[in-house]
Ligand binder design. Structure first.
Ligand code: PLP
Length: 402
């Protein structure tokens, strides 16, 4: 990526040129699913064509070396080793593979406690609620600090030998905050906790630099389609060495284990968390998306997203009737607001009519967060580096005239 014209070092014109969707729409829904760069779409389509021309298994065999590169790309993105990476179809699939492996290897029992951030995504909380019902485990939401993030000091006080797992999202789907996941990891280590630590980086990969070593989690789950700008139906899981040594995924298949005459042998490395069947077109696209982001520079992308989000927050706060609901000491690229005259659902529809994609956040996504702040629904705006200040102005105009 050449550095021309922009203080952050990104060539925005080039970024937009390489993102054909920019010509069609003002896409401010990157926390939902970003517009992919041409390179990503071409990679996916090319592989689908190859499958159609020579056969899916034969096409797979042809790209084995490129698929290995995808593990390397994810590893580079997270500062990890390729053998610590499993490729899956979504962030939820990745999180679930981790959670079910923990429960299968050493089943949760009555008396165990699982600590979860108050803004945790519903798909991470629902399996825990199931375990609460079947095993009598206690689900506890970690208190927020004065900024609205996970209160690390309060978290430390909750830690005891009965804490079996801790689940925290780095950037919640709504509310704009960034949780101090590295400080939480450090607190677990300082307290010699055996709890399994699951970090949901679904909204942070691609928009923030992430170091698996600094976070110190057992698992980091993420998706391809959001700030990484990869294809839908892709995701990945980082696994710690402890998880690789101690945990057996459940259920196994013939990719994660081998069926011998006398039993079975579980695969080595994080690939034991995968299943056999995959969208290889999607995964090659994921690799292309990560390589594109790394070539742009995650720091530069992060700085640009932050600038645009700040512009949106400041502009929206100045619109009569609008309340921006974001909180936290450090803010992410997710901006949320309500209007005192217009229902959030209707406002999203009106903004879309103006050719701008934003999304609706509702309590089903993170019930504790919404209910504790008495919010019924939010409009969510999430710019990416390819967006422009003019596009944010267009949004502000649409909200002002709604
Ligand atoms: C914070 C967070 N975690 C997890 C998920 C689930 O991701 P996926 O749909 O890829 O399973 C989402 C999706 O929006 C999310 O925002």
């Amino acid at each position: 990526m050449t550095a021309t014209g922009d203080a952050i070092g990104l060539d925005i014109e080039l970024l937009r040129h390489e993102t054909p969707g920019c010509l069609r729409v003002n896409h401010l829904n990157n926390a939902g699913c970003a517009l992919p760069p041409t390179k990503v779409t071409d990679t996916v389509v090319d592989h689908l064509h190859l499958e159609a021309m020579i056969g899916g298994y034969e096409a797979h065999a042809d790209v084995l070396h490129r698929l290995e590169r995808v593990y390397e790309s994810v590893a580079q993105l997270l500062g990890a080793r390729p053998d610590q990476i499993a490729l899956l179809e979504s962030a939820t699939a990745a999180w679930d593979r981790a959670f079910t492996a923990i429960h299968h290897t050493r089943p949760f029992t009555a008396g165990d406690r699982i600590l979860v951030s108050s803004s945790e995504y519903a798909s991470n909380v629902l399996p825990i609620m199931q375990i609460v019902k079947t095993c009598g485990v206690r689900l506890e939401f970690i208190p927020d600090d004065e900024h609205g993030c996970v209160d690390v000091a309060a978290f430390e006080k909750l830690l005891d030998t009965d804490v079996a797992a801790v689940a925290v999202n780095q950037c919640p789907s709504q509310n704009g905050l960034i949780n101090e996941v590295a400080a939480i990891g450090a607190a677990l280590r300082a307290n010699h906790s055996d709890a399994w630590y699951l970090v949901d980086a679904c909204q942070s990969v691609g928009q923030l630099p992430i170091s698996a070593g600094a976070i110190g989690a057992d698992f980091i789950s993420a998706t391809g389609r959001k700030f990484l700008r990869g294809p839908r139906g892709t995701g990945f899981l980082f696994t710690s060495d402890r998880a690789l040594i101690e945990l057996e995924p459940f259920p196994l298949d013939l990719h994660s284990a081998t069926w011998h005459e006398s039993g079975f042998e579980v695969a080595t490395g994080a690939r034991k968390f995968e299943f056999w069947e995959k969208s290889y077109a999607g995964l090659l696209g994921l690799g292309a998306a990560i390589d594109y982001a790394l070539a742009c520079g995650i720091e530069a992308i992060s700085a640009r997203i932050s600038l645009l989000a700040q512009q949106a927050r400041a502009g929206l706060s100045a619109v009569p009737g609008v309340t921006v609901h974001d909180r936290g000491l450090h803010l992410s690229g997710i901006v949320t607001f309500t209007h005192d005259r217009i229902d959030a659902r209707q406002l999203v529809a009106q903004i879309r009519q103006a050719g701008i994609n934003v999304s609706l956040s509702t309590p089903e996504y993170a019930r504790v967060d919404f209910e504790s702040h008495h919010i019924a629904a939010l409009v969510r705006v999430s710019p990416h580096a390819y967006n422009t200040p003019a596009e944010i102005d267009q949004l502000l105009k649409a909200v002002t005239h709604a």
